[in-house]
Write a protein that binds this ligand. Sequence first.
Ligand SMILES: *Cc1c(COP(=O)(O)O)cnc(C)c1O
Length: 379
Amino acid sequence: MRQARLFTPGPTAVPAEVLEAQSRPLIHHRTPAFREALASVTDGLQTIMKTRNPVVVMAASGTGGMDAIVANITRPGDTVIVTEIGKFSERWSEIARAYGVNVVPVEAAWGTPVEPDGVEKAFASHPDAAVLLTTHSETSTGVLQDVEAFARIAHDHGALIGVDGITSIGCHLVDTDAWHLDALVGGSQKGVMIPPGLAYVAVSDAAMERMRGGRHGVYYLDLLKAIKSAQKGDTPFTPAISLVLALRRALEMMIEEGLDEVIRRHARNARAVRAAVRGMGLDLLASHPSNATTAVRIAGGRAGEVTQLMETEYGVKVAGGQAKLKGHIVRLGHIGYYNEGDMFTLITAFEDACVRLQITEKFGAGVSALQAAYAEARR
Ligand SMILES: *Cc1c(COP(=O)(O)O)cnc(C)c1O
């Protein structure tokens, strides 16, 4: 059977040019050729993360980068504030607790963001909090949070902000330097269109100063050591060479398209998909939707039937819900290498599956709304 195409919010589709770059005969990493590739990757990541801060590329999945942030910018006995709005944002709390850090959660119902006011209140009642750990795009619910406002609040209270940008980098504007984000993590199998295995972390001067003043015991995840190596065009340990070469190609493609256009393309696709879902008479889960993924409510706990039919009959792989949302949502992924035509494939399969399962009634309502949304975008 033909392999299903990925429309998941990670891993995402990998362009042929990138697969080709990744499959070349291996080069050694202590060579000018690799140093040149790493320099190009660092530069490209700084462009899409909009920062002049040092960026470290690690052989780890996104969670490894989150772990590195907690290990390096918090200290034993610290209190941190965490916005908890879904599975990935809860991960910040789990990591912090694993390091013995005191966690103050600020929760919002799954499907909604934490309001800046909630963060303000948490700092007011915990003025000793050293760091705010937050999630820009919460992939489990498809919600976007206002990290620019969060950063202002954290800094007003003398705290640092650590941001999970794993499904916002390369999809939404993440204005690291203008928003003064102290630590920002991204992951390779999301917006930058390569397979899983790389995390990248950007850190501000303030974050580096805090690391130098004391942190947890670290070895592999030592960001200061990694930054020092990076400044010489090296990595402290063997890098994931082939993935770095893939990333260089992917970043070249993004920069050729232009970051603003990449973000506009994601916005257009996401808007059209949301219109299609509404056109089908279905509800979105997110009150403030991210352009990475559209979470659609499916009544009766039948989301698994939809994802299954889409995969087996249409070769379109989408994600269901996680944890308490399992069975109740379908997540239509559109972060990464997707154009208008891809969204027609996605929505046609989704709508066909929903009609066949008698979840919706009418063929064509979603596709028609998708077409209308793109026509509107072209005007
Ligand atoms: C995918 C994802 C992660 C975790 O990344 P892994 O690569 O699975 O470790 C963390 N946060 C968000 C928002 C994600 O989408």
